[in-house]
Design a protein around this ligand. Sequence first.
Ligand code: NDP
Length: 280
Amino acid sequence: MTTMSEQIPTISLGGEVTIPQLGFGVFQVPPAETAQVVAQALSAGYRHIDTAAAYGNEAQVAEAIRASGLERDRVFVTTKCFNDDHGYEDAKAAMAASLARLGFDRVDLYLIHWPVPAHDRYADTWRAFVQMRSEGLARAIGVSNFQPTHLRRVIDETGVTPAINQIELHPYLQQPELRRLHAELGVVTEAWSPLAQGAALEDPTIVEIARAHERTPGQVVIRWHLQLGNVVIPKSVTPQRIRENIEVFDFELSEEQMRAIAGLDRGERTGPDPDTFVRP
Ligand code: NDP
């Protein structure tokens, strides 16, 4: 019998690095609950955890991984460099601080959390990321919330293409332009707030497709992401939902159902605008 973790496809981030296509996000999981929630996710079969310095729960993510008894290299861990830590030296210091909190000697994926164009330091930050990857501190490096101009600029200035861009993406914000550009540039698309923080789950179209498959709306939306080729990182603190969100490898949406969900796009963000966001 294959276990749930073995059913999760992987996507190449270049070289020998692969990322499990379905991961588990811990934004807004309070630090005091994080170790327990991540333990539940690992026991359900998730092998990819998405945290960030700004979430304040890196240490508790690592604590749960250590307590699980899983080898460190069996769990893919992403963390992120936050907005006050842009610039060559500051980004290196931020990485050192994240590694210290995690108790790791390297992360699997390190992301620039936001481009913060107002500070105009993301290209220098990216230079530090390239250096940190060559030093082995991150197996892969990428960005988050980068718009086309930000992506093109770091590639033009360094010749190094981010392996992945983690962007807000769900049925109400399908990001067709960025997804096309990613495909052209060879950047993997990773979807944050993949359920629109729950808002997409009451949509009548989603509910109807869920009924047809005898599945939940959450499973339908996650399945939609997987079939589009997105890396997807739903968050939940609810044990039943944590399990439900990974049980998505034994059914398939039809082309017609994929088209019906494509029709729900209304360009609606749940989070900040990457062109203007500086800090919360
Ligand atoms: P999600 O779209 O994953 O939605 C999470 C919400 O949906 C929670 O309220 C959760 O409730 C609920 N939920 C989860 N599963 C189900 C289900 N099966 N049925 C019904 N409700 C459900 O939003 P997030 O904003 O948390 O995004 C996911 C991850 O993306 C984050 O944790 C983080 O890792 C990443 N992210 C990255 C950002 C970036 O700037 N790079 C920004 C925002 C997020 P409950 O927990 O109560 O069960």
